[in-house]
Write a protein that binds this ligand. Sequence first.
Ligand code: ACO
Length: 443
Amino acid sequence: MEPTASAAPATKEINNIETISITDNRTGKQYEIPIDNGTIKALDLRQIKVNSDDFGMMTYDPAFMNTASCKSRITFIDGDKGILRYRGHSIDDLAERCTYLEVAYLLLHGELPNKAQLEEWTNNITTHTFVHENIKKFMDGFHYDANPMGMLVSTLAALSTFYPSAKHINDPKERQLTIYRLIGKVPTLAAFAYRHSIGMPYVHPDNELSYAENFLSMMFKVAEPKYKPNPILAKALDVLFILHADHEQNCSANAMRGVGSSHVDPYSASAAAAAALYGPLHGGANAEVLYMLDLIGTKDKIPEFIRDVKDGKGKLMGFGHRIYKNYDPRAKIIKRLADQVFEVTGRNPKLDIALELERIALEDDYFIKRKLYPNVDFYSGLIYQAMKFPVDMFPVLFAIGRMSGWLAQWQEMLLDQEQKIARPRQVYLGHDQREVVSLSKRS
Ligand code: ACO
């Protein structure tokens, strides 16, 4: 029976604990469920039963639209106001005043590092940028046109075979070592994947360069004895890593936590997270934006494209977000960053199409009603392309920045006494028990 309007819950306070009263209209019984941080525990609903044989009430929430799967102190988002903070610091402030490695430290340790801590942290990450020579053999095994994100996912997983002691996840020293290694090696794997795809020799890390500079060197160094990246481009890349570093319980962080909850080693868990990021609805969206801009081609084709989107013939990629119902604060920063980058590289001609697309979409009822605004991916691809990154590398760049966030989420999950192996329930709608019909009698 459907609950009636009279069953609408009311709140009370018992022993200073706020509660919600639920009346089960099937039985007339009333339940007092404690409220904690604006949530009720799904398990508290289990006591709501029709009779003692009843399993008890569950919640049904496909795609976790309204379910908090953890308590976290890492990242705060107010999607309606367009606010993003890491450990309490606004994303604007961090992008303006910190480097990516400071932000990675902040995500993992809860506080920004002091000078000595930053030196030690940077040194530890820098000395873990090299990969085992056999990793090159893995890379060589991929087809020449293999997608670099597929190569990254696979080689991240392969790292676990080189560092089997990483499975000792309850040892803080092992965890720390793996954190250094993963943050240090992910740019190396990413750059090697690119070099393989263009048939160029791999470039070893240069430990005298900063994190972003070293990545550019491993990507683009040719015959020069020392690669000197343009400082504006290196800074822009560093900021892009900051903007992508964490985003609370997104699809890939959820994968990292979910897979990590089986207590597998963090290399395997981060390969799973990277695989989640590969999808076009998540980290793959920045590449899709570029394909979309190519498809539109010229500004005069925009109205027709928008009409098609509204008719359900595709999505406006780089628009919309599960959490942001306002302008994504990262997109604002990236828009500003684009101007600085284009001063060095020359303007990406697709920018005009993107700006016009945004203008038209933001004035259109379809997008206004659904609160669809540009997200982080709408402009990031234009910058990457201007910096000469091929489109296939865009999700890989996202993964480099996001590694610190995945690790922070993973470690928080491991240390959280309330967490267990992630294992959702289901509502079973299939057949009741039935017998196998022999093959000759099946229709
Ligand atoms: N273009 C056109 N319509 C859209 C778009 C879009 N980009 N995004 C959402 N909508 C529409 C949906 O069709 C739906 O319309 P309806 O109510 O008429 O059915 C409504 O807006 C709500 O959208 P949902 O799909 O229910 O929203 P959800 O929270 O599930 O999806 C998502 C969020 C996946 C990001 C979606 O907006 C999307 O696919 N955007 C394009 C891909 C993209 O840019 N992804 C990057 C996200 S940011 C990141 O991962 C870093």
